[in-house]
Design a protein around this ligand. Structure first.
Ligand code: MP5
Length: 215
């Protein structure tokens, strides 16, 4: 079994919980209460904006052979932001003056803190986890869909063949890093992947509950 598949196996309970989150089921069957998808859209727009900074730091720390792949992801994130902006217009969602909710803020800080305090392989594990989380989550929504969704462009974006190719590239890059990782490092990568899955769960949860700051 490949290293990336082994890592994934160690976080199965958290991954399963994330994929079974009601936000995804309700997005698939069209029963999401009014305003919930819009909360996700606004918060994820901020998340992606901050993600550009995380990737920038990752590029700076990357081995030379991975710099191109990671560097080319930055324009892809800007294109994704265009998709958010166009969908926001279509759905009448205001993207001005959004404040990051606690979970969005914490998740972004987790990414940035990791890339500044851990080594490259450990930081790269977060990228693999967060991208795979979206591929698996939206692919599941697509499979469970019974009719076309008003949010179809998002569903199609993260479940596309092109996105599957990207996830594969990331898995292969992770497998390529494995021979250079000792047992302690692998354990830390597992722990970081588990935290990533837990943040992904909480992100869906925040969208559904609208959980914000107390004051
Ligand atoms: C992604 C995302 C996927 N947009 N939001 C969260 C909370 N997790 C993962 O990342 P990308 O970079 O938008 O493909």
């Amino acid at each position: 079994m490949s290293f990336s598949a082994q890592l994934m196996r160690t976080v199965e309970p958290q991954w399963k919980a994330m994929l079974e989150h009601p936000f995804l089921q309700q997005t698939a069957d069209g029963t999401l209460p009014a305003g919930r998808f819009e909360t996700w859209l606004r918060q994820d727009y901020l998340f992606v904006q901050e993600d550009v900074g995380f990737i920038g730091c990752l590029v700076a720390r990357a081995p030379v052979h991975l710099r191109r792949m990671l560097g080319e992801f930055i324009p892809a994130l800007h294109q994704e932001m265009d998709l958010f902006e166009s969908m926001a217009k279509e759905l009448g969602v205001d993207l001005e003056g959004i404040e990051a909710a606690p979970v969005c803020h914490a998740y972004n800080m987790f990414l940035l803190a990791t890339v500044h305090t851990r080594n490259f392989a450990e930081s790269f594990t977060l990228l693999y986890g967060s991208e795979k989380a979206y591929y698996d989550s939206w692919t599941q929504v697509k499979k469970r869909q019974t009719r076309k969704s008003p949010y179809q462009r998002f569903i199609d974006h993260w479940s596309s063949d092109a996105f599957a190719v990207w996830i594969n590239q990331l898995a292969q890059a992770l497998d390529g890093l494995a021979p250079g990782c000792g047992a302690d490092e692998r354990q830390r990568m597992e722990d970081l992947l588990r935290l990533t899955a837990r943040y992904e769960y909480l992100f869906w949860d925040m969208a559904l509950t609208g959980a914000g700051w107390p004051v």
